[in-house]
Design a protein around this ligand. Structure first.
Ligand code: NAP
Length: 494
């Protein structure tokens, strides 16, 4: 390698970047740099700290498979606890010293001559490395809506990804735009603090009750003393989540009754929470349960029954300096506008930085000119020595840590083979990539995304061409097994 070059550069210090770093260390690779544009690690769990933030996957399941955490306070832990877990894991595996914070990456290009990646930083510096990992997450580019007049608003605007903890909400008249998973957590908290709250809903979300319990000090002590007890509960929560995704979503052709049952549960939940049938109607989605990520809350629906909370479902015409003019001509006067408007997934995130591979192939352009595709969710032909951890078909259903598990096992097999052969370069073959894309297309045929009524869901699971190329349409078990056993001839080594 040329002087000054690293073995690897990892872009992103969230759970994916930390996991990739731990795996590199396990394989004896220690000369790597992690770059992150933020000033701390944890990715989404560092960036997001809005009131009410919690995970919506049981924390027994929401952790690295090799690093259970006996200290979780409850089944659905808060964002603060999850950030603490990220810190603890990074420190335990000595990952922090590899991270360069406040460092934005502009792009990366493969240099044929040196067989290295050149990673350009916004400040002008170039890092060189044999291997490149992009661990940039799926929900990392905030979406700010382009609503007429929004720039003229004279009050306070807060995006949920940039929460101002010092801003006092008491006595405020607030509007919140968006009713996704973030808003479902935030709206009850806002309602508790403000004088008036108007919720702007474009597409209703499916909400089912949340069964959450605290882990008592005795239970936590048991988890710490006898890890098998926590592993058993993890097996149970993993199993429940896997069963939901594997049947109702992936094998929708045979299990559509389960989606209907889940929709019935949400209906019952609305019925138990809200008396006004018109309000219930407005909050009822008209697309199938599961087309976009459903969520859990015991307080969301009830919040709309409070006298100072209004649901505005008719749309926004434009925004003025002191409020929002609604599509029906009425005006909501506000001093604070909260944007719970989510993320630019397909436009800004695939890929999150410009990546130029062999023979000048531009990854973003190639995905758009052909189809969104990635062998096992990580590899693309013409991109040697590169694993893109946030690619099409990378994400396994509901729990990010399952994704991390198969990706770490794939790294293990791939880098193990490199070492065995004394090789330094790998690249997935065009044939293997094409075969994988065919498999994804075939498996999607049985899924909710193909067979369900998702047209009005506006779900980020679908790319701009309408293909559901975000989630891997296979079980975690199969993904982990494939990542541990894929034919080594699927890659070319040199
Ligand atoms: P989201 O699901 O994309 O929701 C964004 C919301 O903003 C939608 O209701 C969307 O309406 C609305 N919106 C966007 N642009 C708009 C416009 N111009 N006018 C009116 N409404 C507009 O984003 P999110 O709520 O931040 O959640 C994203 C994902 O983060 C979730 O799906 C989940 O995977 C994850 N998340 C997880 C947790 C957790 O683990 N606890 C918590 C929060 C979030 P449309 O639907 O009509 O587009």
């Amino acid at each position: 390698m040329s002087p000054g070059a690293h073995d690897a550069v990892i872009v992103g210090a969230g759970f994916a970047g930390i996991g990739a770093a731990i795996q590199l260390k396990r394989m004896g690779i220690d000369d790597f740099v992690i770059v992150d544009r933020e000033d701390d690690l944890g990715g989404t769990w560092h960036v997001n700290h809005y009131p009410g933030l919690a995970v919506d996957v049981p924390t027994t399941t929401y952790s690295y498979f090799f690093e259970p955490n006996p200290h979780w306070s409850r089944v659905f832990s808060t964002g603060t606890e999850i950030k603490r877990y990220a810190d603890a894991v990074a420190d335990k595996y000595d990952v922090r010293r590899h991270i360069r914070f406040n460092t934005t990456v502009q792009g990366a290009s493969w240099d044929e001559e040196t067989a290295q990646w050149q990673v350009t930083l916004a400040a002008g510096e170039t890092l060189r490395a044999r291997y490149l990992f992009t661990a940039t997450g799926f929900l990392s580019q905030p979406h700010t809506p382009d609503i007429a007049g929004i720039d003229s608003f004279a009050g306070k605007i807060i995006h949920t990804t940039d929460w101002d903890d010092d801003y006092d909400l008491s006595g405020r008249s607030v509007a919140i735009i968006g009713t996704g998973a973030t808003a479902v957590q935030l709206i009850p908290e806002l309602a508790r603090r403000v004088t008036a709250l108007t919720v702007y809903q474009r597409t209703p979300i499916w909400v089912v009750p949340k069964i959450d319990v605290r882990f008592s000090p005795r239970v936590k002590a048991l988890f710490a003393r006898i890890p098998l007890t926590q592993r058993t509960i993890r097996a149970l929560t993993d199993g429940i989540y896997a069963a939901m995704v594997d049947t109702a979503v992936l094998k929708h052709r045979y299990f559509r009754r389960l989606n209907i049952a889940a929709a019935d549960l949400a209906k019952l939940h609305r019925f138990a929470s809200i008396r006004d049938p018109e309000l219930r109607r407005k909050l009822t989605p008209d697309y199938d349960f599961g087309c976009k990520r459903p969520t859990f809350s015991n307080s969301y629906y009830r919040t709309f029954t409070k006298p100072h909370v209004q649901l505005q479902a008719d749309g926004i015409d434009h925004i003025e300096s002191d409020g929002i003019v609604n599509a029906d001509g009425s005006k909501t006067v506000i001093d604070t506008l909260v944007l719970a408007t989510g993320f630019d997934l397909w436009e800004a995130n695939f890929p999150a930085i410009e990546v130029i591979g062999r023979e000048g192939r531009n990854l973003g352009k190639w995905w758009r000119d052909t189809r969104f595709q990635a062998y096992q969710g990580v590899s693309m032909p013409y991109f040697p020595n590169y694993l893109s951890l946030a690619s099409p078909y990378a994400f396994l259903g509901l729990n990010f840590f399952n994704t991390m598990e198969y990706q770490m096992r794939l790294m293990d097999r791939l880098f193990g083979e490199l070492k065995r052969r004394g090789a330094t370069t790998f690249e997935v073959t065009e044939e293997a990539n094409a075969r994988y894309l065919d498999l994804m297309t075939e498996l999607l045929g049985d899924s909710l995304f193909t067979l369900g009524d998702c047209a009005s869901a506006r779900s980020y699971y679908f790319n701009p061409s309408g293909e559901a190329t975000l989630l891997r349409p296979m079980t975690t078990r199969r993904a982990v097994s494939d990542a541990s056993r894929f034919p080594l001839s699927d890659y070319a080594f040199s």
